[in-house]
Design a protein around this ligand. Structure first.
Ligand SMILES: [Zn+2]
Length: 400
């Protein structure tokens, strides 16, 4: 293999080599000149010649370095280095000439696809509630409103609060503390000697429904007939239901007034004669709207809007079977027996204009709208009952 000769015409010498060679020639030449100089030449002249030589060498070195190193060249031209490893960003920024940049024009940046938007709200995922909570009734609350607030059925609110509401939706008042179940159903407070089978059967559920509800914290394998549950423990009965305790006035017929005596001082004696209904009914007051509860399993009538003193009409002809105060929450109440199996009931009245045994004719005024008994505002509570069908929805038979 041939050795490389820097003088070979086939190898391109780099600039440093050329400079180095030039310096060597220069030094050699000036060394001869100094050596050949006559002795009479002054030391000052020699110094001047040496200084000139050194300056020339320095100039050559500066020129070479300036043109060889890329960073110096770029820095001098004011353009950022193309290689990021040579200058730090801070240095590059310092040397950047903003005058070379195009003028700034603010404009909207259109993005395609799904954009991310800043969300300032922290969303905490809902966790299912396992236990009961307390709720204080506020002014303006209704049974339906409270149930809606907790995503429960209104029956669940009544079933969870018999001590407070006695199954009567009209008894809701601001300030009452209500139990709010975590799920639709009922709850049961455990008593000494209770059987889980019996409790489940009472509320029409499978015992496993009660055992399986996490909030009840019961061991999965429990003696269902004699479980070891501490008396006073409140068990949630998911999907549990029970009959509503009848707070309604009992059926008071013209021939059986004894039943009415338990309903209050408005009870009448027996009546054998009197008008009989026409077979159809009329709207019993002036206002055409509902105000309060509609007909439901726990509210066996409709609440019709009205102001205190608005007229209440007999919906059909008949005999007054009850007229006066009622102890079951209806306040001043009138019951008309229509003699054809039908009875109508008018509650919360401000005044009663009829007396026991009186004949009432369809459309005749029997009293005034009020807010007596379990009522939180003037309205007419209106019920219709039939011997065979029981309490029926008045909207099936009358309209405003
Ligand atoms: Zn009502």
């Amino acid at each position: 293999m041939p050795t490389l000769d820097i003088d070979s015409p086939y190898i391109k010498p780099n600039r440093l080599r050329i400079v180095q060679r030039g310096i060597n020639v220069f030094i050699k030449k000036w060394r001869h000149r100094f050596n050949d100089a006559p002795s009479c030449r002054s030391i000052a002249l020699k110094a001047a010649l040496y200084s000139g030589g050194l300056l020339a060498i320095g100039g050559l070195i500066w020129f070479t370095v300036k043109n060889h190193l890329p960073f110096s060249a770029h820095a001098a031209s004011g353009v950022a280095p193309s290689s990021p490893g040579i200058a730090t960003p801070a240095e590059a920024a310092r040397q950047l000439d903003v005058g070379h940049l195009p003028p700034y024009r603010p404009q909207r940046v259109e993005q395609e696809g799904i954009q991310r938007r800043a969300n300032i709200n922290t969303i905490i995922p809902d966790r299912p509630r396992m236990g009961m909570v307390q709720y204080t009734v506020e002014a303006g609350d209704s049974l339906f409103g409270i149930a809606d607030k907790f995503d429960l059925r209104p029956e669940t609110i009544l079933w969870g609060n018999f001590d407070v509401l006695q199954d009567d939706p009209h008894s809701l008042r601001p300030g009452q503390e209500l139990n709010i179940l975590p799920i639709d159903g009922t709850f049961y407070e455990w008593h000494e000697g209770d059987s889980l089978n019996a409790v489940a059967s009472f509320f029409s559920v499978d015992p496993q429904e009660i055992l399986g509800w996490p909030g009840n914290s019961l061991p999965p394998y429990l003696d269902l007939s004699n479980p070891d549950i501490v008396p006073g423990t409140r068990l949630v009965i998911p999907s549990g239901r029970r009959e509503f305790v009848s707070w309604q006035a009992p059926r008071i017929s013209r021939s059986n007034p004894a039943v009415a005596r338990i309903a209050g001082p408005g009870a009448c004696g027996s009546v054998y004669d009197g008008p009989v209904g026409e077979g159809f009914f009329i709207w019993p007051t002036t206002a055409p709207l509902l105000s309060g509860y509609n007909f439901s399993s726990f509210h066996p009538g409709i609440d019709i809007a009205g102001s205190t003193g608005n007229a209440v009409f007999a919906s059909a002809s008949g005999v007054v079977g009850y007229a006066g105060w009622n102890n079951c929450g209806y306040g001043y109440m009138v019951v008309i027996d229509h003699g054809d199996g039908w009875q109508t009931l008018y509650g919360h009245m401000s005044q009663v204009n009829v007396v026991c045994g009186q004949a009432a004719f369809q459309g005749g005024v029997i009293g005034g709208v009020g807010s007596t008994g379990n009522s939180s505002g003037a309205h007419l509570h209106f019920e219709m009952q039939h011997d065979a069908y029981g309490k029926v929805n008045p909207f099936d038979l009358v309209s405003p």
